[in-house]
Structures are given as C-alpha cells and as structure tokens.
Ligand binder design. Structure first.
Ligand SMILES: NC(=O)c1ccc[n+]([C@@H]2O[C@H](COP(=O)([O-])OP(=O)(O)OC[C@H]3O[C@@H](n4cnc5c(N)ncnc54)[C@H](OP(=O)(O)O)[C@@H]3O)[C@@H](O)[C@H]2O)c1
Length: 315
C-alpha cells in the first residue's frame, strides 16, 4: 500500500480506505465483516471510514468495528486512522439530526461508546445544515478536538460555496480541516471538479466515496440483479437504476479496463487516484470484492488515449 499526505497536514492516508456504510451492520454476517476488516488491515489499509448511522441498523457498524478492534486488532490502535461522522438522522427529536453543537457532541460521545474507542482520529460534520450557522457546527468540531475526542476534523458533502467558510473558520481556530469527503466516480465527477480545487487551495485533503457508483462501475449487474446485492435491497441503489444503458456503459468501460489489464472496478478506482485525491473509500460485501478493489493501486497512470476513450464511454 502507498500512503499520501492529507492536504497540508502530517497525516498520511492509504490510497484505498475501507468504508463501513453497508455490509457491516447487525443485519449482515459478522464473520464476513470481520474477514473484510482483517483482510484490509493485512493489505495496509490503515483507514476505516464509519459514521454514526452506518448499519443497518443505524449505529451497528460502529459496534461491529469496535468488536473486531477489541478481539483482533487492539494491539494496532496507534497504527490506524478511524473516522466517524454526525450530520444525518440518527435519532428522533430535534437533537438527532443536522449540524447543531448539541447533536455533534452527543453523537460523537455515543459513537465513542459504541466503538469502545477513547478518541476518533477524524471526526466529520457529515453534511451542511442550512438551519444551523456554520460557525456553530465548526466550533463543535473544534471543541471535539480540544476535549480529546478526536485528533483531526473533516467536512463532507458541503456545497462549494460553503466549503471555504469551513476552512477559514477551522484554520483560524487552529484546528485545520484535514480532509474533505465527497462523492466522486467516473460517472459522477461533478463534486471532484467543483470541490477538489477549493480543498487543495485551502490545504485540505480530499477523499472520495462511492467510487464504484455503489456497484454500477463493476461487473455486479452485467447479468441481472443478484440476490443480496445493493440494488436488490432497493434502499440506496434501486433496481430501476440498473438500466440497459447503465449495463452497456459498464460493458464499454469494462472493455477499456481489460485492455489495461484491470477489472472495471479497479479502473474506476485508479481513475480517481490519478486525479490526485488523497484516498478513495471503497465499499465491499466480500473479501473477493475487496481484494479486486485493492489491486487498483497497481496501475494508476492513464494514457491520453485511455482517458479519451473513458470520456467517450460515459456519454
Ligand atoms: N460522506 C458520505 O456522505 C458518504 C456517503 C456514502 C458513502 N460514504 C463512504 O464511502 C464508502 C464507500 O461507499 P460505497 O459503498 O457506496 O462505495 P462503492 O465502492 O461505490 O460501492 C460498494 C459496493 O459495490 C459493490 N462492489 C464493490 N467492489 C466490487 C467489485 N470488485 N466487484 C463487484 N461489485 C463490487 C458492492 O455491492 P454489493 O453490496 O451489491 O455486493 C459494494 O457494496 C462507504 O462505506 C462510506 O464509508 C460516505
């Protein structure tokens, strides 16, 4: 594994990080989740991306991670970067959603209890909340660091016109934003184009989520919708998104990947790494998928012809 510095910080992150949004909850097989975490760790993946609401059920990905850490990896805590977030719905009532100081600090405390950690390496504001002043959300992040509950802070999903306000506030408080997390893939490059330059100019690292478009940029759906797949669950990826056009696009991109000696999943991750992002957070439902994805780091340079062919194929 290679590691890149996150913006203008001393923190290095692996080219590929593992995300626990799906497949690590109480409804998923613990043995598979554990095997993926241990495989990632064995391959040099030092960064694990979690959030308060990951599961299903919400909160249980943190419990799964905490159990594996306690039972298998406790000796390695100082070699790991573990992140969590608060911003989306977590509990009912006015204090379990959004960007208030009340929500962020109590959610961080709950996440620490669920994981059994003393501190997170990175704690994020998961989203911009138009009903809370940015100053309040950013000061909550600052105070989470000051009280020893996190070492670094990050932002996620902030619109480009709000992003710089966060960086300015955090920098002035001497808790600079170490990383900015946005959705990005070959077929969804918009946030990369809008937010990566602002992050880079302001010294923040940049980490991409859903690099495989939740499975659309893999061979997962080439022959229908497999039982147990994300689209079959019809929550965040829907069967109607598995269109003939999406399958044809995956086939076109897969042919380019094959010429590069890669799977489509690998090429999709390599393409992001070639954009000078800090790290790419992959999801997986098996060790086989995860291993496929990890091989992406072996070929992250693209010829102008390949880039043109990719660009033509997503149209
Ligand atoms: N900040 C935010 O708001 C935010 C939002 C979303 C995600 N994230 C983070 O980003 C992480 C990754 O997001 P994501 O899970 O959407 O990423 P993704 O990598 O785009 O999609 C992962 C899914 O693609 C399929 N897959 C993965 N590798 C495969 C392979 N080699 N071959 C075939 N299929 C493969 C699997 O689907 P099946 O389950 O069907 O097998 C897997 O669950 C999350 O876990 C989370 O940490 C953050």
């Amino acid at each position: 594994m290679e590691y890149r510095f996150s913006g203008r910080s001393g923190l290095q992150l692996p080219l590929i990080s593992l995300g626990l949004w799906h497949n690590f909850g109480s409804e998923d097989p613990f043995d598979v989740a554990r095997a993926m975490l241990l495989h990632a760790w064995d391959k040099g993946v030092t960064h694990f991306d979690i959030a308060n609401n990951y599961g299903p059920a919400p909160g249980t990905a943190e419990i799964t991670f905490g159990r594996v850490l306690r039972e298998d990896l406790a000796a390695h805590r100082d070699e790991m970067i573990i992140s969590s977030k608060a911003g989306y719905w977590m509990w009912d009532g006015p204090y379990g959603n959004g960007g208030s100081r009340k929500y962020l600090i109590s959610s961080c405390d709950q996440s620490l209890r669920r994981t059994g950690l003393e501190y997170f390496d990175i704690f994020y504001s998961h989203r911009y909340d138009p009903n809370t002043p940015i100053e309040e959300t950013m000061q909550a992040l600052v105070d989470i660091v000051r009280s020893g509950k996190a070492l670094y802070v990050g932002i996620s999903n902030y619109p480009a016109d709000k992003q710089k306000e966060c960086y300015d506030y955090l920098r002035a408080a001497h808790v600079p934003c170490v990383i900015s997390q946005y959705k990005a893939s070959i077929i969804a490059p918009e946030t990369l184009q809008a937010n990566l330059p602002v992050a880079t100019e302001n010294g923040s690292g940049f980490i991409c989520f859903s690099p495989l478009a939740q499975g659309l940029l893999t061979n997962r759906y080439l022959h229908g919708i497999p039982a147990g797949s994300r689209a079959s669950k019809n929550v965040f990826l829907h069967p109607e998104q598995i269109t003939d056009e999406a399958i044809a696009r995956a086939q076109r991109l897969g042919a380019i990947a094959a010429q590069r000696g890669q799977s489509l999943a690998q090429m999709a991750i390599s393409w992001l790494l070639a954009q000078d992002v800090t790290s790419v957070i992959v999801g997986a439902s098996s060790v086989v998928q995860l291993e496929d994805n990890l091989q992406a780091i072996n070929n992250i340079s693209f010829s102008p012809d390949e880039l043109q062919a990719i660009s033509n194929s997503v149209k």
